[in-house]
Design a protein around this ligand. Structure first.
Ligand code: ACM
Length: 536
């Protein structure tokens, strides 16, 4: 079948069309600059995402020293793991030993304590309290995930050079104060498209480390598309042997063996990030169709595809083997997935009729359940009437979406990834070399300045499960490119997912964001120095 003209998302306008450009022009002609806030006085005011409450203790500070020890909740392996993670961040740059010991042990020296007792009930499942006094640092939470979030805040109030991989001169001083913090939303996601261009295990781990710093807790991996199948499926080996052998532009592609994928999932889990694997279907399946002729209605395998059109492929809805294939794939993916969700795509199925789409989803949704998982999918999949447990991911370009309001009325919670706000592959402006612009240009303020709780017209605030920032990789080939598109917009979306709306303030956010740049330079993060941000 031929690529659909105009019907796909690439058919939405052209570079520079639409509201984003209007907004851009207005910004360019508003005359006097907005007042610039005074520089924050303490790193407690630099934290991204903004915490629920941070109260400085003026005149008080704590300084790490060679005899500092990390004390963790006795008897808790997960708390100890968070302690080891923190030590792993601090040791290379400080050169200190920083032994991780059970709290209550008699180790001398001043302490960083990570305790699962005594936290305010408001911290919930993922929040924490951080206390910095002259004597030490105390992080309390009800879960290891909360301790991990507290550790990210602690990192951010240390000097930026603490992120260096080589020994740096101190002093390693943090300001005294108290933080009480917990997330607005359960789902704070980043998505990486490893199908259009393949990203190695190490590249994905690098991104995991970067998103963890901003308290992102879901990594959605877009594992399959027209251009490549990136996860080994033992019962259908040609999916990767053939379907993983190229990528957009004709490069050699690649794939994860199941062992490599398990390693990625474990690496993310150690950072309190749950991987959500996506097997996109029934469209976006050319790589699979090219690997197995029997999956095609005419029995003929199409060639591999290295372009960037969408909407031209479909699994064969009428063949039994299609569902044997999907069952096998879902079984193997479920076995590799400790998380609750499998993403089944469902977007841009322009080569599948609506009745066929319904037939397909009616057979596939029960297979997801059969393998013990809950389905999530791009928002189009609600047209097949999935169960209320299913989570639609809204990627529309408009704020009017009656299908999302109806899904919410049936009990579904929605993840918001509006393409005009949260798509990290949209160009910042007309000069951005990387990325696409079918949803308009998205500079940092566009990415930040929207309220997920009041974005889709008529969608109740409590039907929003969270936000996710997708990074599609048609034009993105390596970590430097990935970072250029994700930073600084990923932290903006992460803040929308974590921080209470009461903290939302662009003029303050841009100052906090500017303060992050020193850290990114130390970490070698290739960020985009947007002219909207007052970089130091
Ligand atoms: C999508 O951008 N096709 C979900």
């Amino acid at each position: 079948m031929l690529p659909t003209e105009g019907a796909g998302r690439r058919g939405f306008g052209h570079p520079g069309s639409g509201l984003a450009l209007v907004a851009l022009l207005l910004v360019g002609t508003t005359g006097p600059a907005v007042p610039v806030h005074a520089a924050p006085e303490t790193p407690l005011q630099h934290i991204v995402p903004a915490p629920v409450a941070a109260t400085p203790r003026p005149g008080v500070a704590f300084t790490l020293s060679a005899d500092t020890t990390i004390h963790t909740q006795p008897g808790s392996a997960p708390a100890q793991q968070v302690g080891e993670y923190l030590a792993g961040v601090l040791r290379p740059s400080t050169g200190y030993r920083l032994p991780v010991v059970p709290s209550g042990s008699s180790a001398s020296g001043r302490r960083i304590s990570l305790l699962l007792a005594g936290a305010d009930a408001r911290v919930g499942e993922e929040g924490y309290q951080l206390d910095v006094t002259r004597q030490g640092v105390l992080i309390r939470a009800r879960t290891a995930a909360g301790l991990f979030a507290g550790v990210q805040t602690f990192r951010q109030i240390l000097p930026a050079k603490v992120e260096a991989k080589t020994r740096q001169p101190g002093p390693w001083t943090v300001p005294g104060g108290q933080v009480l913090d917990y997330p607005r939303y359960a789902h704070r996601g980043a998505m990486l498209d490893v199908a259009r261009h393949f990203f190695s295990v190490d590249e994905v781990k690098g991104y995991i480390d970067q998103i963890a710093l901003y308290k992102v807790n879901r990594l959605h991996l877009h594992l399959t598309d027209d251009q490549g199948w990136r996860l080994e499926i033992k019962s259908w080996p040609n999916l990767t042997a053939h379907g993983g052998s190229t990528e957009v532009g004709g490069g050699t592609g690649g794939y994860y063996t199941q062992e490599q994928y398990k390693d990625l999932v474990a690496y993310a889990a150690a950072r309190h990030i749950t991987v959500i694997p996506e097997i996109d279907m029934p469209g976006h399946t050319n790589a699979a169709l090219s690997s197995y002729p029997e999956l095609n209605c005419d029995g003929v395998a199409p060639p591999l595809y290295t372009g960037i059109e969408v909407g031209f492929s479909s699994l064969c809805i009428d063949k039994d083997i299609t569902y044997e294939f999907v069952d096998d794939v879902l079984r193997e993916v479920a076995a590799l997935t400790p998380g609750e969700y499998i993403h089944i795509g469902g977007d841009e199925a322009h080569a599948t009729t609506d009745p066929d789409f319904d037939l397909f989803m009616d057979k596939v949704l029960p297979l997801v359940a059969k393998h013990g998982k809950t389905a999530t999918g791009w928002h189009e999949f609600v047209k097949s009437g999935p169960p209320p447990s299913a989570v639609p991911q809204f990627w529309g370009t408009k704020t009017v979406a009656p299908d999302m309001v109806e899904a919410a009325a049936r009990g579904s919670e929605i993840v918001l990834s509006p393409a005009t706000k949260a798509y990290l592959d949209m160009k910042y402006d007309a000069n951005t070399k990387l990325g696409l612009s079918w949803a308009g240009y998205t500079d940092v303020q566009d990415a930040y300045d929207w309220n997920p709780g009041a974005y889709v017209e008529g969608l109740p605030a409590d039907a929003v499960r969270g936000v996710e920032a997708p990074l599609w990789s048609e034009t993105i080939t390596n970590s430097a490119d990935l970072e250029f598109m994700a930073f600084p917009r990923l932290p903006a979306i992460a803040e929308l997912g974590w921080s209470p709306w009461s903290t939302h303030d662009w003029d303050r956010f841009k100052v906090r964001l500017a303060a992050q740049a020193e850290r990114w330079r130390v970490m070698d993060v290739n960020y985009y120095p947007s002219p909207q941000v007052p970089w130091a």
